[in-house]
Design a binder for this molecule. Structure first.
Ligand code: FAD
Ligand code: NAD
Length: 445
């Protein structure tokens, strides 16, 4: 079979490798408009904040590796249209040459694109987005300028808080804006997100929450002021981080999609066209917390959905296990992890939930050195008592491992009562005989 893959970043790479490594004999054509592949966006803030000194290790794959496995890789080639009836992909190479690729099976891995705030002054110089490696390079070059002193970051989600930390680490004055009342509002309940807000303030980041940018003003063509619904602020640079949306324009009028444009798939990653699969940020994904398909744009999901599509096209019928949107963040050493729903998110999706909170030291009480407090909330459905979400916050890094247990618990629909008596090891170096996960579950009403 001839398989064409549009988009060769995390999801497209995972699908290509699965096919090339496990299902020999197919013709694989990989097309991407970018000049690089596999860039780990999560490294941008680490590199721009000089927590790692350069970006070259943020790539893990190169076109020649796929060519060595027999694939054709067309970089700097933009797909312009897809003819789903004739099963043809039309693209334009960097040289301007047009090309047509027939396909037996097509994998859509065009990912996501940043949401652009539709406000006056958008075209001014000094206003940035942060998705591509090249955009990280541009922000890094700006940070190197003495004249760039005050940075406005719009959006205090994951990218915004991470790049705000990076700017602070580079000695900049940072103003962090968000429409919501706290940072990370999409992932954590308010009394958890407040811990991150305190951490950001303590580090000297100026918080402007519940504040929406309405206009960018400029001097000599470069942004010099941001006007919000509350005030105006002199700034030297703006970084927009207000979320991503599915980059599905090539297919959204031909294939079934969610309301936000993400291409609808089943658990085999198959779209409404049986010869077309969609993976990663461009596709919907099954949430075990919601027990339905939704949109969760994460690299972890991109990789797994690419693998699932590769196997199904290769001939092995494999279902996605579904996801919980497990994620984490670490800002100036303050760590937060979550999986499934916060109470706010569960209620937004119409689930009738309760929750149990607890706070304790990570390690046994008699260890006084390097023993941080952990805050935990477990959210569960009132009726079924199945766990639908967990959030944790601590300076301890151990919470990063613990959240994955809750991810599995949600996937397997375990109840809060089953968790209460789960076998969890005890060693004073790591936890307590009655550790905070057990106690939180035992306290559930
Ligand atoms: C700054 C930042 C930090 C992040 N940190 C994390 C993290 O810590 N953990 C995590 O899980 N996720 C993180 N993410 C999210 C993660 O990067 C995405 O979920 C992931 O990149 C999705 O992979 P993808 O392959 O589906 O899509 P993308 O990475 O968006 O790749 C899509 C590819 O398709 C190509 N393409 C699109 N349209 C066309 C076309 N018409 N023709 C040809 N090629 C096309 C693009 O060039 C691109 O290479 C982060 C994202 C950013 C921006
Ligand atoms: N550590 C991680 O797992 C990680 C890190 C970075 C990015 N990512 C993923 O990458 C994707 C993009 O991240 P992101 O931070 O851009 O999106 P996000 O959804 O995490 O955050 C967007 C933020 O912008 C705010 N916002 C929206 N419109 C606004 C407006 N007009 N004015 C002010 N604020 C506004 C929202 O309230 C939200 O807090 C997400 O799917 C995220 O999960 C994950």
């Amino acid at each position: 079979m001839k398989i064409v893959i549009i988009g060769t970043n995390h999801a497209g790479i995972a699908a290509a490798n699965t096919l090339l490594d496990k299902y020999l004999g197919h013709e694989i054509v990989m097309i991407d408009r970018n000049s690089n592949m596999s860039y780990l966006g999560c490294g941008t803030a680490l590199w721009v904040g000089r927590q790692i000194d350069q970006p070259h290790e943020l790539f893990y794959a190169r076109p020649d590796e796929f060519e060595a496995k027999g694939a054709t890789v067309l970089t700097e080639t933009e797909v312009s249209t897809i003819d789903f009836q004739k099963k043809q992909v039309h693209a334009i190479a960097k040289t301007g040459e047009t090309l047509v690729e027939d396909y037996d099976k097509l994998i859509l891995a065009m990912g996501s694109r940043p949401i652009i705030p539709k406000i006056l002054g958008n075209e001014l110089e000094g206003i940035h987005f942060l998705k591509l490696f090249q955009e990280g390079q541009a922000v890094d070059e700006e940070f190197a300028k003495e004249s760039v002193k005050r940075i406005a970051v719009i959006g205090a989600g994951y990218i915004g808080t991470e790049i705000a930390e990076a700017a602070k680490r580079r000695g900049k004055e940072v103003l962090l804006f968000d429409a919501e009342a706290t940072s990370l509002a999409s992932y954590y309940d308010e009394d958890f997100a407040k811990g991150m807000d305190e951490n950001l303030s303590k580090q000297g980041i100026e918080l402007h929450f519940g504040e929406i940018a309405q206009e960018f003003k400029g001097t000599n063509g470069r942004v010099s002021q941001i006007v919000t619904n509350k005030n105006s602020y002199d700034v030297d640079m703006v970084i927009n981080c207000i979320g991503f949306t599915a980059n599905s324009a090539l297919a959204s009028d031909q294939l079934d999609t969610l309301k936000n444009g993400a291409i609808k798939v089943d658990k085999h990653q198959q779209t409404s066209d049986p010869d077309v699969y969609a993976v990663g940020d461009v596709a919907s994904i099954y949430s075990n917390a919601l027990q339905d398909f939704t949109y969760i744009a994460l690299a972890s999901n991109a990789v797994r959905s690419g693998i699932v599509a590769g196997h199904n096209i290769g001939g092995t019928s494999l279902e996605s296990a579904g996801v919980q949107g497990s994620n984490g963040i670490s800002i100036f050493g303050y760590n937060m992890t979550s999986t499934g729903f916060s109470v706010k998110a569960a209620e937004r999706f119409g689930l009738d939930v309760s929750y149990t909170d607890f706070e304790d030291k990570q390690k046994a009480w008699f260890l006084h050195e390097d023993n941080d407090t952990v805050k935990i909330r477990i959210v569960y459905e009132k009726e079924s008592r199945r766990i639908v979400g967990t959030q944790m916050a601590s300076y301890s890094e151990i919470i990063a491992g613990n959240i994955n247990m809750f991810s599995l618990a949600i996937q397997e629909q375990k109840t809060i009562d089953e968790l209460a008596l789960l076998d969890l090891f005890f060693l004073p170096h790591f936890n307590s005989p009655y550790n905070y996960m057990t106690v939180a579950a035992l306290n559930a009403k």
